[in-house]
Design a protein around this ligand. Structure first.
Ligand SMILES: C[S@@+](CC[C@H](N)C(=O)[O-])C[C@H]1O[C@@H](n2cnc3c(N)ncnc32)[C@H](O)[C@@H]1O
Length: 258
C-alpha cells in the first residue's frame, strides 16, 4: 500500500487554491480579453486598461495548466495500474471486512475505488455498488475483479476534484486511502439520512514512523482530524493506531443523523 497521491499533491494544492478564484479577477479577465481582442496597443497608455490586459494574461497562464491537471493525474494512475497484477491486492481492507455488518444494506459508493477490492467485497455482501476512480485502467481492473467474483458493480471514471456526488443517494459511502478534505461535505450530502460513512486513511504518524505511503502532509491526517471532519455525524466507531507495525491510520464509521 502507499505511494498514493503524493506525487501529484503539490499540483493539486495549487489547483485547490486557484480554483477558489473569486468572480472579481474573472471579470477583470473578461474585460482584459475584450481589450486584448480590440488590440491592446491603443489601450496601454491607459493604466486601468493596461491592468486588465495584465490580469487576463496572468489568469490565462493559470487556467491553461489547470485544464491539463486532471489529465495528468489520470495518466499518472493509469500508468501505475497498467500492470496485470493488482497493486493493492484483491482482498478488501481489514477494517471494512471486520465492520461490514454494522453498515446498512442498500446502495453504496466506493470513492476512489482503485482496482475494486472494496467495491467487490461490498457487492459480495449484498450492496448495490457504485465505484469511481480517475483511472480508466483501475476501473477496467475493478470490473474484471467483479466478473471474477461473479458480482456486478457500476464502475465509472470520475475526477473527484470536479465530479459532483449526487445528493441523498447512498446508504453507505466507503473511502479508503484517499484524502480530499474538500470532498467531505459532499460525501455527507450524498448519504441518505441514516446512511453511514466508512473511512480509513493514513495519519501523519505514518510518515513520522518512516512507513511506506504519502509524504506530503496534506495527504496525511492530523491527530483527531478525521473525527473532526465528521463531528456533525453520529460517530459509531473511531480509532487511530499503528497496524501490524506497517502503517499508521485513522479509521471511522459515522452515521448521518439528519
Ligand atoms: C491509494 S489508491 C486507493 C484505492 C482504493 N481506495 C483502495 O483502497 O484500494 C488512491 C486512488 O485514488 C485515485 N484518485 C487519485 N486522484 C483522484 C481523483 N482526483 N479522482 C478520482 N480518483 C482519484 C487513484 O486513481 C487511486 O486509485
Amino acid at each position: 500500500m502507499g505511494h498514493t497521491i503524493e506525487e501529484i499533491s503539490e499540483q493539486r494544492l495549487f489547483i485547490g487554491r486557484i480554483s477558489g478564484c473569486p468572480a472579481f479577477p474573472i471579470t477583470l479577465c473578461k474585460i482584459g480579453y475584450k481589450k486584448h481582442l480590440q488590440g491592446n496597443k491603443k489601450y496601454v497608455h491607459n493604466a486601468r486598461n493596461f491592468l486588465y490586459i495584465i490580469v487576463f494574461y496572468v489568469l490565462l497562464g493559470c487556467v491553461v495548466p489547470l485544464s491539463f491537471a486532471g489529465e495528468k493525474d489520470k495518466i499518472f494512475w493509469d500508468k501505475k495500474y497498467e500492470t496485470e497484477s493488482y497493486i493493492f491486492g484483491k482482498e478488501t481492507v481489514e477494517f471494512l471486512r471486520e465492520h461490514v455488518d454494522l453498515l446498512p444494506r442498500g446502495k453504496a459508493l466506493d470513492i476512489a475505488m482503485g482496482e475494486g477490492r472494496n467495491a467487490v467485497f461490498l457487492a459480495k455482501n449484498g450492496f448495490d455498488v457504485d465505484g469511481c476512480d480517475i483511472s480508466e485502467s483501475a476501473i477496467k481492473k475493478a470490473l474484471d475483479l467483479a466478473t471474477e467474483n461473479d458480482v456486478k458493480i457500476h464502475a465509472f471514471v470520475a475526477d473527484l476534484e470536479t465530479y459532483k456526488l449526487p445528493k441523498n443517494t447512498y446508504d453507505v459511502i466507503a473511502c479508503f486511502y484517499y484524502l480530499q478534505r474538500d470532498l467531505v461535505p459532499q460525501m455527507k450530502e450524498a448519504l441518505k439520512p441514516g446512511g453511514m460513512m466508512i473511512y480509513e486513511t493514513y495519519t501523519i504518524e505514518n510518515r513520522e514512523l518512516g512507513f511506506e505511503g504519502p509524504k506530503n502532509k496534506d495527504y496525511l491526517l492530523k491527530p483527531n482530524e478525521l473525527l473532526d471532519l465528521f463531528k456533525d455525524c453520529k460517530i459509531i466507531y473511531y480509532r487511530e493506531l499503528v497496524l501490524n507495525n506497517k502503517k499508521a491510520v485513522a479509521s471511522l464509521i459515522a452515521k448521518k443523523v439528519n
